[in-house]
Design a protein around this ligand. Structure first.
Ligand code: ADP
Length: 264
């Protein structure tokens, strides 16, 4: 038995690289499968919260911009368009399984202000009580450097802490944490379980990964610190192998798991 098996409330984070192709267009099969499996997990009696990136990438493609939006106003405009498209897709696919989605857009200043933080927590609780699936993103259209989370790995860990989640699952473009970045060292072994974040673990996290991802492993390790700090276990799982989520929640070893005495 592991802590994922018992988790009643789970935050899932999906990155742009799992939702879009290199072209920037939506990976339809991927988003359909993600919604089907999360709807099923919700049906099994667990609270599901989804933190989804992708607004800028999806908006850039929808607007037909040739290159990735560069200036801040361009990115924010692309995010405004892309966020609508993403929510339309989530609503459409979750509705097929009779689930309701709710959009929550956050900036750092909201969670740093006690009153606004409490308001957001109350909203999450009400939504979950009503059976909705909150879909969370950074509020990219208003975010500036001073008030941004910077990356959705960190945001998802903060959401896990705000909502008292039992587990955080980061869906990545890779199977988990390796002893070295496999992009540079192809034979590097996967680390199945990280009981605690040590300086060694921080040292192997490296820099940002793909052109469409933002944080690489470094932000995932920071997320693990936040999650573990509030008693929430975490896993990094390959977002292109979504069926493995069932195995993880049945107590089997998948990807890299972090924290707790998972396998006793
Ligand atoms: P996503 O948001 O989809 O998770 P990222 O690009 O942000 O994508 O992060 C995953 C990337 O981190 C991997 O594809 C890999 O290139 C990079 N990376 C750096 N160090 C490591 C490591 N030690 N183990 C695994 N991946 C690593």
């Amino acid at each position: 038995m592991n802590s994922f098996q018992n988790a009643r409330r789970i935050v899932f984070k999906v990155g742009s690289s799992s939702l879009t192709y290199e072209t920037g267009l939506i990976n339809i099969r991927q988003i359909e499968q993600l919604c089907r499996i999360l709807a099923d997990i919700k049906n099994s009696g667990r609270d599901v919260i989804l933190v989804s990136s992708g607004s800028i990438a999806v908006g850039t493609a929808k607007l037909g911009l040739k290159a990735r939006a560069r200036s801040m106003p361009e990115k924010q405009a692309a995010a405004a368009v892309g966020q609508c498209e993403l929510m339309y897709l989530y609503d459409k696919h979750f509705s097929e399984y009779h689930h309701k989605v709710a959009q929550i857009l956050l900036t750092r200043d909201v969670v740093e202000d006690p009153l606004r933080k409490q308001n957001v927590q109350n909203t999450f609780e009400s939504l979950l009580r009503m059976g909705a699936i909150p879909v969370v993103n950074e509020n990219d259209t208003v975010s500036t450097e001073e008030i941004e989370f910077g990356d959705n790995d960190t945001l998802s860990a903060i959401v896990a802490s705000l909502t008292g989640a039992d587990a955080l699952v980061l869906l990545s473009d890779i199977d988990g944490l390796y002893e070295k970045n496999p992009a540079e060292c192809p034979g590097a072994p996967l680390i199945p379980h990280v009981p605690a974040i040590t300086p060694y673990i921080e040292s192997i996290a490296g820099g940002a990964g793909s052109s469409r991802g933002t944080g690489g492993m470094a932000t995932k390790i920071s997320a693990a610190k936040i999650a573990l700090g509030c008693g929430c276990v975490m896993a990094i799982v390959n977002g292109s192998k979504l069926e493995t989520l069932y195995s993880l929640l049945e107590g089997r070893q998948v990807g890299t798991t972090f924290g707790g005495d998972l396998y006793d």
